[in-house]
Ligand binder design. Structure first.
Ligand SMILES: Cc1ncc(C[n+]2csc(CCOP(=O)(O)OP(=O)(O)O)c2C)c(N)n1
Length: 524
């Protein structure tokens, strides 16, 4: 088959599988596929996004797929271009995102020779299914590499048209288990909802009358069983010791208190998922199941005790923050969470932004359909701007992202897009403390490592985020107080804009300790 014919077959197959968005990074070997995708875009069979940098293109496609629940192809030329997709492919592998790496290749006979831009790029992403024949593409969960050898002549006139897109709806985010495990009443139970747990976690907590400990990106931090300060309660309330059973959903990764709870020898765990989404070793205490069915509500005093403790902890946190004359990162998290409207989207960076939200975000009302996304598969700080742009493009409506300054700078090139490219209305809130604040709260933040701390962990850059934004033609404003931040977030974005919130980093360890102490005093 000619190169153009192969490209046409690939693009039509992608459309048959429900593809509506595609990302292209420019190249020569990939030319026939790029032209076919451009033709499909012209015919409104899909929408095309073009990015220079394959690493950001990969994350853009990841965000598009996460928000739209559809497979999204990202096209690269041969050689190093392919390898630049690896971070996004790894994240997709660990979260089941249907990212299709469409990697144009040189003919097999050139492998092992010194031919230009030629390497062995087959199976370049270990663990990711690999295909050479488009007929093998079936749209199943997780990423796939489709490596397409294209020989000359690459181009023989304009691409043929006539693309037809499938009308099939995107599949549901979560499927109901056919044979759920029955959870008997009795043991003192809490429900843990990790990343992408879905509403099933809330439903189980409500049916059992149990507290719901839901991470911000769980999709389950909703309703009246969700407890905002659960992480602090697990660390400081005597209630934690009384837990006898945990039912966990999704992929919990955010906090050590949750990992400790899931590892406790005296706690029985029922995990809805596989070993790949369970954050500690699976032993005989842990049962892996596809779904659960709850026998009936347990006595209300267990949940009441947790709710009382949560209310006390929240009051203690508020008192502490109110007394602080400076803007703290916790207040930034609270303002960001409060600014997400019903049906709104929030993409959160790894490091402290997601952890601060985990303490500060008030659970939202069931049915308001907020979507909070985070790359928790591998918790990288890479690709966050691109993921947010992709998610905002993939889900119509107001969109926010919340990330640290290093996370912003790591993916600053995600802001690079040509003037004709589709742009979402997206506000990126940057918690700007010139470096990585999370390390202050970890072992390396202890005084004995102070001499090397700034250079190898804090890594301040001194870079002006305003200047970076100016270079990419992105609007930038600064919010110095909680009121200024709330006002900025109250103004709808038109296009992409950055709201930078300057914060102190040198107080992080002290602030974290003060928060813990305040909650310990209130509930301990
Ligand atoms: C790709 C990648 N590289 C390195 C890390 C390790 N890491 C975790 S947090 C962090 C610093 C993040 O700093 P910033 O974005 O400013 O957020 P803050 O810690 O201040 O909240 C680093 C380097 C990572 N998670 N991912």
């Amino acid at each position: 088959m000619s190169a153009a014919g192969t490209a046409r077959a690939v693009v039509q197959r992608l459309l048959d599988l429900g593809v509506r968005e595609a990302v292209v990074a420019p190249g020569s070997r990939s030319g026939p596929l790029a032209l076919a995708l451009a033709q499909a875009d012209r015919e409104a069979a899909l929408r095309l996004h073009v990015r220079l940098d394959e690493r950001t293109a990969g994350f853009l496609a990841l965000g598009l797929s996460k928000a739209s629940r559809r497979p999204v192809p990202v096209l690269t030329t041969s050689g190093t271009a392919v390898a630049n997709l690896h971070p996004a492919m790894l994240e997709a592998l660990h979260t089941g995102v249907r990212l299709v790496a469409l990697t144009a290749d040189r003919p097999a006979r050139l492998r092992g020779t010194g031919a230009n831009q030629t390497t062995d790029q087959r199976h370049i992403f270990p663990g990711v299914p690999y295909l050479e024949d488009v007929a093998g593409l079936d749209g199943s969960a997780g990423p796939v590499q489709l490596n397409v050898e294209l020989d000359e002549p690459l181009l023989q006139g304009p691409a043929e048209g006539g693309y037809v897109r499938s009308d099939a709806d995107a599949p549901p985010r979560h499927r109901r288990a056919s044979d759920p495990f029955r959870l008997a009443s009795g043991p003192r139970t809490v429900v843990v909802a990790g990343d992408d747990a879905g509403a099933a976690a809330r439903v189980a907590a409500e049916a059992g009358g149990w507290p719901l400990l839901a991470e911000p990106s769980s999709g389950a931090r909703t309703g009246t069983h969700a407890l905002a300060t659960y992480r602090l309660l697990l660390a400081h309330s005597p209630l934690a010791e009384q837990v006898e059973r945990v039912v966990s959903f999704g992929h919990p990764t955010l906090s050590r208190p949750v990992a400790r709870l899931l590892s406790r020898a005296d706690v029985e765990v029922v995990h809805v998922g596989t070993e790949a989404t369970f954050p500690v070793a699976v032993d005989e205490r842990v049962r892996l199941v596809e779904g659960v069915e709850v026998e009936g509500p347990d006595p209300a005093d267990w949940l009441d005790d947790w709710r009382t403790a949560d209310a006390r902890a929240r009051a203690a946190v508020d008192t502490l923050l109110d007394a602080d004359p400076e803007l703290t990162p916790y207040e930034v998290a609270r303002a960001v969470a409060a600014a997400v409207p019903p049906r709104g989207l929030l993409v959160v960076g790894s490091s402290n932004p997601i952890r601060d939200l985990d303490v500060m975000a008030a659970p939202s009302t069931v049915g308001e359909r907020r979507l909070v996304l985070a790359n928790r598969g591998l918790a990288g700080i890479d690709g966050t701007i691109s993921t947010a742009l992709g998610a905002a493009l993939g889900r119509p409506g107001p969109a926010l992202a919340y990330l640290g300054d290093l996370t912003f700078l790591h993916d600053a090139n995600g802001l690079l897009a040509g003037p004709a490219e589709p742009r979402p209305d997206l506000t990126l809130v940057v918690a700007s403390d010139d470096g990585g604040s999370i390390f202050h709260t970890l072992e390396q933040g202890a005084p004995e490592y102070a001499e090397d701390f700034e250079r190898v962990f804090g890594t301040p850059t001194g870079v002006s985020i305003a200047a970076v934004c100016a270079a990419y033609g992105v609007a930038h404003e600064t919010a110095r107080t909680a009121d200024e931040l709330a006002a900025a977030l109250g103004r709808p974005a038109s296009g992409v804009r950055v709201v930078e919130v300057p914060l102190r980093r040198d107080r992080r360890r002290e602030q974290t300790a003060a928060l813990s102490a305040a909650v310990r005093d209130a509930v301990g």
